[in-house]
Design a protein around this ligand. Sequence first.
Ligand code: AHR
Length: 310
Amino acid sequence: MKRMVAAVVLTVVLAQAAVAGEITVGFAQIGAESAWRTAETISIKDEAEKQGVTLIFSDAQQKQENQIRAIRSFIAQGVDVIGLAPVVESGWDPVLVEAREAGTPVILVDRKVNSDESLYECYLGPNVIEEGRNAARWLAKRMNGKATIVELQGTVGAAPAIERKQGFEDILAEYPDMRIVKSQSGDFTRAKGKEVMEQWVKSPDFSSVDAVYAHNDDMALGAIQALEESGFKPGKDIVIVSIDGVRDAFVAMTEGKLNCTVECNPLLGPQFFSLVKRLASGESIPRWEESHEGVFDETVAAEVLPTRLY
Ligand code: AHR
């Protein structure tokens, strides 16, 4: 009942904001760990300006406690809507309850949380499990169902790290001769991807490895650097598949160093502010606003590169 009253009050307040054309959004961003993340931030900021929405933007430098602090400050400032790209999946309940009690709707952007669905309005982002499945499907085809794989995972506890692993393993279950022999977090950054690969190449059993699966392009690009510095020919003697579809990944594919990238679209600004405006005018919005993505490999990289927007 309390929630119903809060919802009604919220709609009225937001509808008034829409009429006056004054909408304020607080956006709790994770940080700038990857080229993908930077592209998303630019998309959110550009679109806020285009739509005339006041944006209070916070960069949490990859720390959940900073995101929680930012959300509390957004609530205290009385923003109309909060956008949250959650660094990890768990630990959000208390602050999401605070937002609900204050009548401030929260839209999750590009990553999910494992809180009850009643604590946020909508998840805007891709089917991340499918991204992992697509990476594995592509690799299975390229390797004729036989591969010894090392896996660079994203940030520990982050939804895309969990789901990209799960999706990839779903498909691997169909291929008994494809197995992951090493798996470690590279925290979605180029520097850590390189660091982890530098360690792996030193181990004697690395000679059997013929494929890399990285949960994002930045880690793959770091790993490519480490492989080259150790005398390997990434993209040739080791097949590499990653996720995101950033420009540098396409450049690496045209140079024959990366073999495939599964797209994850960061240009979510237009969809995000369309959801904000729909909320503000009292419309209901879907629980999941899905972003759509493709798979690009080395055979199309040169043709597609000039059209990439991030
Ligand atoms: O949540 C999306 C992921 O976060 C992207 O794949 C990765 O590059 C980013 O850091």
